[in-house]
Unconditional design. Structure first.
Length: 272
C-alpha cells in the first residue's frame, strides 16, 4: 500500500536551456556590424525578427543619435543571423523640438523606386519659420515629391539610405523649397521598405561611416620681441641710431696696422 501511495513526479523540460544564442549582424552598408544576440530554439524562429539600432551605435556619430534604423533577419548561416534594412524613424522628442508655436508643419508621403528596384514609402516633414497658406503648403509638397523621387531614381538602396540618414536628401529638398516659402527645417521623419529589390553584392556598396572631423590648421607661432627685425637692420646686424658710419671707415678701423704705419711716415717727413 505504501508503494501505491507514492506519486511519481514528472520531469519538467527546461525550454530555456534548449535555446541557442544567434548573433545578429547589420547589412553590408553598415560593414556587417554586430547588432546584438537573440535566443531561439530553432533557426526558423529567428527568421523575420526585427531589431533596432541608432545611427550613433553603427557609425559613432553623436549628432545622429535621434535616428533609429530597423533591420529584419532574412538569412541564417549557422548561428549568424544576417539582416536587411527595412526602414527608419526619428525619435518623438526630436520631432517635438522642431514643431513650435506659430510654425506650420507640412507632411506628405512619397512612394519611390530606387535604381536597383527597391520600393519605399518616404514620409518627409517640412517646418516653416512662420505660418504659411494652404497654397504654399501644396507647393512645398509638390517640391518634396519631385526631389525625393529624383534622388531615389538615381541611387541604389545603399546610396539612398546614406542620403536619408546623413541629411543630404533633406538639404536638397530644403534648398528647392526655399524658393516658395522660408523653410526652417526639412526632415525625413520615417521611411519603410515596401518591396525588396536586388540585394547588393558583398563589397559593392560603400560602407556608411561617420564623416571625418576636419583637422584644424596649427596657428603660426608669434615671433618674440627679440626675433622681430628693427627698422634699418640689414643682414642680421643691429641698426645704429643716428648717422650711419660709412663702410670705408669700418674697413679702416678693422685694420689696426695700417693707421700706425701712416702716422710714422708723416713724422719722418717732418724731421727731414
Amino acid at each position: 500500500m505504501a508503494q501505491k501511495a507514492r506519486v511519481t513526479t514528472k520531469k519538467v523540460k527546461d525550454r530555456w536551456r534548449a535555446k541557442e544564442w544567434y548573433k545578429v549582424y547589420a547589412p553590408d552598408m553598415f560593414s556587417r556590424m554586430q547588432l546584438g544576440e537573440t535566443p531561439a530554439d530553432s533557426p526558423g524562429a529567428v527568421m523575420g525578427r526585427i531589431t533596432e539600432a541608432t545611427v550613433q551605435d553603427l557609425t559613432g556619430d553623436f549628432s545622429k543619435m535621434h535616428i533609429k534604423l530597423k533591420f529584419k533577419v532574412y538569412d541564417i548561416r549557422g548561428l549568424d543571423a544576417h539582416t536587411t534594412f527595412v526602414g527608419h524613424d526619428l525619435t518623438s522628442d526630436y520631432i517635438r523640438r522642431l514643431t513650435r508655436r506659430k510654425r506650420t508643419k507640412t507632411d506628405t508621403v512619397v512612394k519611390v523606386v530606387t535604381k536597383d528596384g527597391w520600393t519605399m514609402a518616404i514620409k518627409p516633414m517640412a517646418v516653416s519659420e512662420q505660418r504659411i497658406q494652404a497654397s504654399q503648403e501644396t507647393a512645398v509638397r509638390r517640391i518634396m515629391d519631385e526631389e525625393i523621387r529624383k534622388a531615389a531614381a538615381e541611387s541604389t538602396i545603399g546610396e539612398f539610405v546614406r542620403k536619408l540618414i546623413m541629411g543630404e536628401l533633406s538639404r536638397a529638398v530644403s534648398d528647392a523649397s526655399r524658393k516658395i516659402v522660408p523653410i526652417k527645417r526639412i526632415e525625413v521623419r520615417k521611411s519603410e521598405v515596401l518591396a525588396i529589390g536586388r540585394m547588393p553584392v558583398p563589397g559593392e556598396e560603400t560602407p556608411i561611416n561617420a564623416p571625418e572631423p576636419k583637422e584644424e590648421e596649427p596657428a603660426e607661432p608669434e615671433s618674440s620681441a627679440e626675433e622681430k627685425p628693427v627698422e634699418g637692420e640689414t643682414n642680421g646686424a643691429p641698426a645704429v641710431k643716428g648717422k650711419e658710419a660709412p663702410a670705408e671707415a669700418e674697413d679702416e678701423a678693422s685694420k689696426p696696422g695700417e693707421g700706425a704705419d701712416e702716422a710714422s711716415e708723416s713724422e719722418g717727413e717732418g724731421k727731414r
